[in-house]
Design a protein around this ligand. Structure first.
Ligand code: SF4
Length: 213
């Protein structure tokens, strides 16, 4: 029979890990901190972040601090996370640099305020390991550049996003993604996800408003 414990079932998500990329130094620190605070549960989430759980609630802030994560004021609702696959840097099938584009998108768009949480998935080739068709902003690489998808969702009411444009450079796909997000922000109801917004928006009207503007 399994031994009963008094451990809390709460866990923290640590947003400091970007696109699931970990360094040896960070892993060493994580082992040290997890041991110090007797953390029984560590998990890479489906969003490529790190969940830390089962520790005493009063240790949470100190664990964050020792791992170099700020626990400052909450940022406004907007891009919740950016996922990216290994792409052309590390995957033999990669056609474009998904990790590099993720870094650029984080810098350009992470602070944009939006009506609801928004997820970004970037895949380096059409195999779409980062499930780009079911992300609010989905991007995947082909030989001639990036394809941008908008309005996907993988939740309880899934939706395949719409292809907005193809063969885009890094700068073009970032700029177009921003125009899509701003158009969505102007027209969406409070807390309305992009998938629901796109269901009640005419695709051609959306495209003519955001492409080549
Ligand atoms: S989407 Fe393509 S590049 Fe990215 S991990 Fe999958 S196969 Fe590799």
């Amino acid at each position: 029979m399994a031994e009963k414990t008094n451990l809390t079932k709460n866990y923290n998500i640590l947003p400091g890990i970007k696109m699931g990329v970990l360094s040896i130094e960070y892993l060493k620190k994580l082992v040290e901190v997890a041991g110090k605070y007797k953390v029984p549960f560590l998990k890479i989430t489906s969003a490529q972040r790190l969940a830390i759980g089962g520790h005493a609630a009063e240790d949470a802030e100190q664990i964050w601090r020792e791992l170099g994560q700020q626990s400052g004021p909450k940022k406004p609702v907007g891009i919740h996370y950016i996922q990216a696959c290994p792409g052309s840097r590390w995957c033999k099938y990669g056609r474009q640099d998904s990790l590099g584009l993720g870094e650029k998108i984080e810098e350009a768009l992470m602070s944009l305020e939006l009506p609801a949480k928004t997820k970004v998935g970037i895949s380096g080739c059409p195999m779409n390991c980062c499930e780009s068709f079911i992300r609010d902003v989905g991007i995947f690489g082909k030989k001639n550049g990036w394809t941008l998808i908008f309005g996907g969702n993988g939740g309880g009411l899934p939706r395949i996003g719409n292809i907005i444009a193809e063969d885009l450079s890094d700068e073009e796909v970032i700029s177009l993604a921003e125009r899509c997000l701003r158009f969505y922000r102007e027209g969406a109801r409070k807390k309305e996800r992009t998938a629901r917004f796109m269901e009640r928006t005419q695709l051609e009207q959306f495209k003519s408003a955001v492409v080549d503007r």
